[in-house]
Design a protein around this ligand. Sequence first.
Ligand code: F6R
Length: 603
Amino acid sequence: MCGIVGVVGNRNATDILMQGLEKLEYRGYDSAGIFVANNNGSNLIKSVGRIADLRARIGIDVEGTAGIGHTRWATHGKPSEINAHPHQSETSRLTLVHNGVIENFAQIKDDYLSNHHLNGQTDTEIAVHLIGKFVEEDGLSVLEAFRKALHIIEGSYAFALMDAQDPNTIYVAKNKSPLLIGLGDGYNMICSDAMAMIRETNQYMEIHDKELVIVKKDSVDIQDYEGHSVERESYIAELDLSDIGKGTYPYYMLKEIDEQPTVMRKLIKAYTDDDNIVVDNAIVEAVQEADRLYIIAAGTSYHAGFAAKNMLEALTETPVELGIASEWGYNQPLLSKKPLFIFISQSGETADSRQVLVKANELGIPSLTITNVPGSTLSREASHTMLLHAGPEIAVASTKAYTAQIATLAFLAKAVGQANHNKAAEDFDLVHELAIVAQSIEATLSEKELIEEKVANLLATTRNAFYIGRGSDYYVAMEASLKLKEISYIQCEGFAAGELKHGTISLIEDGVPVLALISNNPILAAHTRGNIQEVAARGAHVLTIVDEALAKEDDDIKVMTVHPFLSPIAMVVPTQLIAYYATLQRGLDVDKPRNLAKSVTVE
Ligand code: F6R
């Protein structure tokens, strides 16, 4: 949610910023801007739209040895050039980019800036005017002014600040929003995400909440808000440059869908040793000690929690409760005596989940984060972490992370069940079953043409659609419908098939697409087929996605059978492709749907 990049030192700042912003574009793409400076002057360039629109505005004269850049996902103020970052202080001496939400911006405006002229509607402009006031009107140094402002500003932020009178320094600070330092030879960088700097360096340094950092070309000085220096070791990030490119694919989403069999095999490698399941003992013990597991997540990750719930309960013999992160933090149910909170988050940065984790830590509740991003905030702050090993997921619509989340939870469930001598866990040959899942996904991927054709008949022009299913197929229906609506803009609902007749069936009329998922057992399959008849009788255009073992000749898409615990992984793949092709056929940008951003770092 908004991307920040900055560089200072012996590099062409414009090039570095633009390359970084292109890599960060998945975090927000309604406007963008850069500020570039050297000892002879500075340039501020902004544009509404994508990074390509900004690039078109940058002439060869825009060069410097230091700069900051931003790609925006609007929170305060509509997407416009005026609201695009960077923003400047009253005299334009200071320039600031920001990711996050300043909660007390209205109060700051009233208390400190009544005589200031503000151009736009952003909270960020208020922050830079506040710092600017302390420098330009009250005579503080930039460092003192920044520190003073950080004591006043409340909310979430990653800030990068430059002073036109000292183009050799970038000041940064963060609270609840991600920001990292990248260390180079003769230059240093800052960035919201290591991926955007990996071309330049693989050596990084974390910034913790409520730290202010003074970044120069050959030094990084981390301080707390009282000005005390903080020591911090750097680390090497193991990111493969080829993971972050699209290769020959037209869209990241298709590449990431195709990567799923490989991810399943990578997970087998990561969580086994000679076919024995290896999950950190401390994690297994944490689950064994809990009397209830609370899974807290958002969006697709929340759906992955549902998809794994039955398996977790069956194998660990511990009840599992699900919570939507944005609700949970402010409306927490009565907890059991020995809860374990499990956070599922692809990015590890989701602010809604993080606010629950902060409260859990305050209450001393143990926690496990299941994430794709080592070193992410949710990983650092939880008691334990399990990684998804899915490689960077760049398309806004999550695909391979969802299937990796279910598979990772399977390793957890199996390890705990085995440790408890649970019979079902001992009989569940997870390595073998996941290998079959990988084959099943491959079989589905080989049917892309068929799926594309079915979608063309069904979804190319419709305004709405329904996914239905029972048991774990209902959970897959929730995810399938999210995927379809978020990128194709078709209004779609995922329904428990038996629930339609309790109200929603009144929406079924001639031609409404109903996509039915059938895996699980023959009894549920028969019931779902009954529900299909009910909607077909009312004119619905039905498409069936059915486990081969339960399929009939005229079913539309057949999915190779896998173990029932893992069937959500196999069943979701055709729905990912359906969302992909529906979006392509409707002429939309698959990877960057409107109004969205990949990493949701605001509450
Ligand atoms: C949808 C999607 C989102 C995320 C949600 C949580 O395709 O990707 O619904 O799942 O924003 O994000 P993470 O998993 O990063 O916490």
